[in-house]
Design a protein around this ligand. Structure first.
Ligand code: ATP
Length: 385
């Protein structure tokens, strides 16, 4: 397969001598470099990759050979430590700096979480998913790019390549990550990586780990492109997920009301997430999508009001366009009366109050009640039934 050279697609040229200048565009970089003076600390992973291709990258990933505490203390920020791996997230101004101790990993069995031990930066780069993510930029001393796995050449060729042939066996979720990078950057899978990936078996991986990679995909600009690849590569059976997410993308792109009502990433994740609960919610959405278009606004309200926004978005993407009226208008309709008005008028507390208010709302939505007096009359009628 021939990769696209990013320099030919109008993106900034890949020039390692400009990495420092591009990293310096990150608001935390100057503070991190000052704090790390004299320490064996490195900017790594996506921060370096994006600096090379000239894409903004909000967070800064830093790896230290040895204890991380001196750097965290020198940064002086609020640190949230995640003990298991010796990592800390530090707020520096508006940016988040992720500091981690350099580590090596070994996999007790495929798909399991790895055993971890402290290591050198070289070993740390060697445990990473793809060559384009396995480069490091030293924060002190000679600032020459560390690129032991040919990441720069792969970036230039537009290629996603694993570091060794057991990579997908160790961690099959890397197949999902590969789809994310291929879709995001318009890259190709390197040939051997493509062959290895066909053997990636996500069957032994926990639903949580699969869901967390799918969640990263759902936050991409074009999640459906990555999901389509995952289905094409046969690494995960997503059913109608890719088609549904493409329809969700079109919905959110064309409607500010839907964007405001339902979180696009949550709806897209729900369209593909594994597990019983997501499946149950998808069945509800499918049932709504099959429903006859309701005859009145009140009926739309009754059908829609029981569901969370992501379920309604999926139902809409699957064809229930009568939900547009609910999202744009009906859900904002409020009664002028409240339960207190009914109690004051003599209705006793209990289900009669809800019955009355529902009847008033239905009448208002259908244009059969307007104003306080009308609403109260309809509600009292229904409450006394
Ligand atoms: P982006 O989504 O832009 O790549 P990022 O690089 O910060 O952002 P993360 O998913 O946070 O992406 O991962 C950080 C780094 O950790 C990656 O660049 C990669 O080197 C490494 N990494 C993450 N997940 C894995 C994995 N499953 N196997 C090996 N390395 C991984």
């Amino acid at each position: 397969m021939v990769g696209k050279a990013p320099a030919m697609t109008g993106e900034p040229e890949i020039d390692p001598s400009r990495v420092t200048a591009r990293l310096a565009e990150n608001p935390a970089f100057a503070a991190v470099r000052e704090a790390a003076a004299g320490m064996p600390a490195y900017v790594v992973g996506g921060s370096v990759r994006d600096a090379l291709i000239g894409r903004p990258h909000l967070d800064l990933d830093v790896v230290v050979e040895g204890e991380i505490e001196p750097l965290v203390a020198a940064l002086g920020g609020e640190a949230t430590e995640h003990e298991r791996f010796g990592t800390a997230a530090v707020e520096v101004g508006d940016a988040e700096v992720d500091v981690a101790r350099a580590r090596a990993e070994s996999y007790p069995r495929p798909g399991a979480l790895p055993d971890v031990r402290p290591a050198t930066i070289a070993e740390d780069l060697g445990r990473r998913d793809f060559s384009i993510n396995a480069m490091a930029h030293p924060l002190s001393g000679d600032e020459e790019l560390l690129d032991p796995h040919g990441g720069l050449a792969d970036l230039r060729a537009g290629r996603v390549r694993v570091l060794h042939e057991r990579s997908f066996a160790d961690d099959p979720t890397r197949a999902l990550r590969a789809a994310r990078y291929v879709a995001r950057f318009g890259y190709e899978l390197e040939d051997e990586t493509a062959a290895l990936l066909r053997q990636a078996d996500l069957g032994d991986v926990s639903e949580d780990r699969v869901t967390s990679e799918l969640a990263r995909i759902s936050r991409e600009e074009r999640p459906s492109a990555a999901l389509k690849l995952i289905a094409e590569w046969g690494v995960l059976d997503l059913g109608p997920g890719p088609r549904l997410t493409a329809a969700l993308e079109r919905l959110f792109e064309s409607s500010a009301e839907w964007r405001e009502y339902a979180d696009p990433a949550i709806a897209i994740l729900l369209a593909v997430a594994p597990g019983e609960h997501p499946q149950r919610l998808r069945r509800r959405a499918a049932k709504l999508a099959r429903h006859e278009p309701p005859a009145s606004p009140a009926e739309v309200q009754v059908l829609a009001a029981d569901h969370v926004p992501a379920v309604l978005a999926i139902a809409r993407a699957a064809g229930a366009d009568w939900l547009d009226d609910y999202v744009a208008r009906l859900r904002h309709v409020e009664l002028e009366i409240s339960g207190y008005d009914l109690i004051e008028a003599g209705v006793s507390q209990g289900p009669a109050i809800g019955r009355g208010l529902n009847a008033a709302l239905a009448a208002k939505l259908d244009g059969e009640a307007s104003g306080y007096e009308d609403e109260l009359r309809v509600a009292l009628d229904a409450a006394s039934d």
